[in-house]
Write a protein that binds this ligand. Structure first.
Ligand SMILES: CC(C)(COP(=O)(O)OP(=O)(O)OC[C@H]1O[C@@H](n2cnc3c(N)ncnc32)[C@H](O)[C@@H]1OP(=O)(O)O)[C@@H](O)C(=O)NCCC(=O)NCCS
Length: 184
């Protein structure tokens, strides 16, 4: 049985061991049917290639990468994309919220989301945007934590095994008052 002790941190640079752990998490999520940009079967090579590109973006300051770890190792992750058009310096896209199946339903997803929101505030962002499979595990998480539902686009993406899935867009405003950053 998994331990209940875990922690979340932001990576300033991504090591080979971390790329390995992130690859395991991504492959597990795709195998589990999550619609997160990739089709099944996702080879290890392609998954590693994806995380190497993310690592480069992190090094360039274009993305923030957060990871959750427990006693068995890296078990969850989420990213903020800062590399947006010059007329959107105040916002970020939240992407690739992934928790390994072995570590789900223990609050890691919520902790990663809250840590990503805190990171966005620290970076001076006031608006976050994301999309999720309509009615999926992610959508429930975002609604539970106060994200505002904009609407659904039917047939926006494919599930990894095939078949169209509807996507729901969400946003979250992060506002500053006299005492510091505050959720809106
Ligand atoms: C979406 C996802 C990140 C959620 O991660 P998670 O770590 O399971 O999230 P949480 O544990 O915070 O919450 C999940 C559920 O567990 C429940 N939960 C949280 N802590 C719990 C605990 N200690 N005991 C029992 N249940 C708990 C939550 O209430 C929530 O319930 P609900 O789904 O019925 O609303 C995860 O399912 C995942 O990676 N899915 C595949 C990838 C994906 O779809 N990502 C979203 C892309 S938009």
């Amino acid at each position: 049985m998994s331990t209940t002790n875990w922690s979340v941190r932001r990576l300033g640079a991504v090591s080979e061991a971390e790329i390995d752990g992130l690859t395991d998490v991504l492959m597990d999520c795709v195998e589990g049917g999550a619609s997160v940009s990739f089709m099944h079967p996702l080879t290890r090579e392609r998954a590693v290639e994806f995380w190497r590109r993310v690592a480069q973006a992190v090094a360039a300051g274009e993305r923030a990468l957060l990871v959750a770890e427990d006693a068995e190792g890296l078990c969850g992750t989420v990213q903020l994309i800062f590399d947006l058009p010059e007329n959107q310096p105040h916002r970020a896209d939240l992407v690739k919220m992934l928790v390994h199946r072995r570590a789900r339903r223990r609050g890691l997803g919520a902790a990663l989301l809250q840590a990503a929101e805190a990171t966005a505030r620290e970076c001076g962002k006031t608006l976050l945007v994301l999309d999720a499979v309509t009615g999926g595990d992610g959508a429930r998480l975002y609604e539970r934590l106060g994200w505002v539902r904009v609407g659904d686009i039917p047939g926006y993406a494919l599930f990894p095994q095939g078949g169209f899935c509807s996507t729901t867009f969400y946003y979250r405003e992060l506002r500053k008052d006299s005492s510091g950053w505050e959720e809106h």
